[in-house]
Design a protein around this ligand. Structure first.
Ligand SMILES: [Zn+2]
Length: 464
């Protein structure tokens, strides 16, 4: 039975974490994950034609995976395989492992990498999603009783919409369900009228809201007295210069969270120490870090980088095993004063965003980081112009960089271009070719996620 609000939500306000699972030591967690994994494997073997076939083809049987370390023997599951499975057996694919009659909720992925895909939830799955998301929102500083302005998209079936609403309600907080698609003016009106303690949304959108309040209403969002900014959906919250700008604009600390549609809504979240995101659902998901090229697992040591791979261990309807998330992260630490025992990470890009420029791997968020740091000489807006087939080019990296509204007097544009090119070369080891666009010619972020990569250069008057 799913309660709207967790019966002990109010009492949780004083605790260091929402769930004691977040603070389990390694031995206790291993025991819990092992028991859950065995149940999950038995469930898959009995109910998932997709995994029975996949495990069988790899020479694995129902008892081949007994503890988390055994997962290394299981072949990866890719997004493409899930898409094919959905097409082969609509509506929820051959990997649906529950009776259709037990499915009580569905969500859609944003389809940034192709056609949208759909996931199914049973009652237990929906309860798990609420629990893991509530832990994450709690880690980010949202407390029972808070009013929370909903700045993620509320539409299209995305997990940033209804599932976040459900998780906030379960946590005992009040969601103000306007959504990014409700429009900037409506969101700002609700913010000034209802004085939320927290806001959730993409980092670029929260920054845009603060700027729009000034431009449209002549008001400063700092009047609202927001206590916490909670961002996700794109890597911007982890970009130091952008984070600082958003925190200053709202006069509130910013915490990041991360998740996805395939495993749950949110299962990574930054605590008040702001040192990277902790895994908040280790009893629902086994997480591995792998080398993205060789596929070999790596330990979560401080400074290690790699791609995250997830296995569901408490899922009924749409479970996945060794799912390649495409999220590339760096481990920022393994100890934290908040009491959570899971390592901390930052995400610096997705496989789909990665470009290979003359053999050098490059994530657009790294370019954004550099351009942000050149404010106020620049506006901070940049787009990578990837006007070539696929993800790899032998040409220079083409960057469209927006000029600032109030440029310093005597600014030399050729010198400015050269400086950006030098910084890119110094930090990212690629040769850039910079085009300067007049202020206001790159769209401000709206309800949609910011696309840092454009496939062609549009006509822009006054391009230098
Ligand atoms: Zn912490």
């Amino acid at each position: 039975m799913i309660a709207y609000v967790h019966p002990e939500a109010a009492a949780a306000a004083a605790l260091p974490c929402w769930s004691p699972v977040e603070a389990l030591d390694a031995a206790a967690l291993h025991a819990l994950q092992t028991a859950r994994l065995q149940q999950q494997m038995a469930w898959l073997w009995a109910r998932s034609p997709f995994y029975r076939r996949k495990l069988g083809a790899a020479g694995l049987g129902p008892d081949s995976v007994c503890e988390p370390a055994d997962l290394a023997r299981v072949p990866f599951t890719t997004k493409q395989e899930l898409r094919d499975s959905l097409r082969a057996a609509p509506p929820f694919g051959e990997h649906l492992a529950a009776d259709a009659a037990d499915v009580i909720q569905m969500q859609a992925s944003s389809g940034t990498t192709g056609s949208p895909s759909y996931v199914a939830l049973t009652r237990q799955d929906a309860a798990m999603w609420q629990e893991s998301s509530a832990r994450s929102l709690f880690a980010c500083g949202i407390r029972p009783g808070d009013r929370v302005l909903h700045g993620f998209s509320m539409s299209k079936g995305f997990v940033g919409g209804l599932p976040i609403f459900q998780a906030l309600q379960y946590l005992g907080a009040l969601d103000i369900p306007i959504g990014a698609d409700g429009g900037v003016e409506r969101l700002l009106a609700a913010a000034f009228d209802l004085q939320p303690q927290a806001i959730v949304g993409t980092p670029n959108f929260l920054l845009h809201l603060a700027e729009a309040a000034q431009e449209l209403l002549g008001r400063d969002v700092r009047e609202i007295g927001v206590r916490r900014l909670v961002v996700g959906g794109e890597p911007g919250g982890g970009i130091p210069a952008l984070r600082q700008r958003i925190q200053e604009a709202w006069n509130a600390p910013l915490c990041e969270l991360m998740g996805g549609t395939d495993l749950a809504v949110i299962y990574w979240a930054e605590c008040q120490h702001q040192a990277g995101m902790h895994m908040t659902a280790p009893d629902f998901i086994v997480t591995e870090l792998i080398d993205p090229v060789s596929g070999e697992p790596k330990p979560f040591d401080e400074g290690a980088t790699g791609e995250l791979v997830y296995s569901a261990i408490h899922r009924q309807a749409s479970p996945v095993l060794r799912f390649r998330s495409g999220d590339h992260v760096v481990v920022t630490g393994t100890r934290c004063a908040c009491g959570r025992r899971q390592p901390m990470i930052r995400c610096f890009g997705r496989t789909d965003d990665m470009l290979i420029v003359r053999g050098v791997n490059l994530f657009p968020s790294a370019v954004q980081d550099l351009v942000e740091a050149m404010r106020p000489t620049l506006s901070g807006q940049v787009r990578v112009i990837a006007d070539f087939e696929g993800h790899s080019t032998q040409a220079n990296l083409k960057l469209l960089v927006e000029r600032a509204q109030n440029e310093p007097a005597g600014l030399s544009l050729p010198a400015l271009k050269q400086e950006i090119e030098q910084r890119v070369r110094g930090a990212l080891a690629v040769k850039a070719e910079v085009l300067l666009a007049p202020h206001g010619s790159i769209d401000k972020p709206g309800a949609a996620k910011v696309k840092l990569v454009w496939r062609e250069l549009p006509f822009i008057e006054g391009l230098q």
